[in-house]
Design a protein around this ligand. Structure first.
Ligand code: TPP
Ligand code: MG
Length: 284
């Protein structure tokens, strides 16, 4: 399989320079490596939200489900509970996952669902043209806050850590090699794996210079140490001038929701179709 096989033929409508290109490339490379390592791409499903990030469904040539805004996690949970052989990756936006869909993030982490969540955190509503999100910087000027937002951003890493996630990392759309490794490890992880991806939005929130001058790589010691992870998560609160750590922040082992609540009987594909037909016939 070649890299271009994983891209679709749909016309790409992201702005030139959009960070989504970098994320798409990193995801593609991670999937190719996983395919080589025995996780066939046929066994991977992406679930997207609604937003510029959601167009990954259109621009990738892999199994997918175009979800509703904010609802990637419950859909992914259903897919994975129904068929635990699949690796399910949520492609969510910051508006999508941290605003309208926030409760799903907290409960997905709390349950340690065995799914992966990638948040394209451009810190703005891209598709709807520039409104502020929960991670937009204080005094962010956009369509809905022309005088500047008066809210401080929240810190998604701290939130998912304290909610119970067992794999937490931060990537950057301009660091594709590192992001590829993070995505690969997240998919391999058993439990709730979460990556906040700092993503450039060239049109409504271009933080390229700021990120380039503040990022550094976290060391990979103490990955299972909760207190050390708390300190890392709090180094930068998405607003201060502090250095911005990138890479894996926390990894621990814990029973997953699926292990604790196994589906008692797996239906074979033919049986499943017959059952769906029966249920539909009954409702006619
Ligand atoms: C249920 C629902 N609520 C709201 C919307 C309107 N809506 C569509 S995209 C979007 C914001 C997208 O922002 P984000 O999730 O950050 O994605 P981005 O475009 O930045 O990738 C909103 C509010 C919708 N389509 N459906
Ligand atoms: Mg966004």
């Amino acid at each position: 399989m070649k890299g271009e096989d994983l891209y679709s033929h749909a016309q790409v409508t992201w702005c030139p320079g959009c960070g989504n290109f970098g994320v798409r490339y990193a995801l593609r490379e991670a999937l190719l490596e996983l395919d080589r390592d025995g996780i066939p791409v046929e066994n991977v499903v992406i679930v997207t939200g609604i937003g510029q990030h959601g167009k990954m469904f259109d621009f990738m040539n892999i199994n997918g489900f175009y979800g509703l805004h904010g609802r990637t996690i419950p859909i992914a949970a259903g897919i994975h509970i129904a068929n635990p052989d699949l690796r399910v990756i949520c492609i969510a936006g910051d508006g999508d996952c941290y605003a309208e869909g926030l409760e799903h993030l907290v409960f997905g982490a709390k349950r340690n669902l065995d799914i992966t969540v990638l948040v394209h955190d451009n810190r703005v509503y891209g598709l709807t043209t520039g409104q502020y999100t929960p991670t937009s910087p204080f005094r962010f000027r956009g369509r809905s806050t022309p005088d500047g937002s008066r809210e401080h951003p929240f810190n998604p890493l701290e939130l998912v850590l304290t909610s119970g996630a067992t794999f937490i990392g931060r990537g950057y759309s301009r660091r594709q090699e590192q992001l590829k490794d993070l995505i690969r490890e997240a998919v391999l992880h058993r439990g709730f794996s979460f990556i906040d991806i700092l993503q450039i939005c060239v049109t409504y929130n271009d933080m390229t210079e700021y990120y380039n001058s503040h990022i550094y790589d976290w060391d990979q010691d103490d990955l299972g140490d909760f207190e050390a992870a708390c300190r890392k998560a709090r180094e930068w609160d998405y607003d201060t001038e502090a250095p911005i750590g990138l890479g894996l922040m926390y990894r621990s082992g814990k029973e997953t929701f699926e292990e604790l609540c196994p589906v008692p009987e797996q239906l074979k594909p033919g049986e499943r179709a017959a059952l769906v037909r029966k249920i539909m016939d009954e409702r006619r």
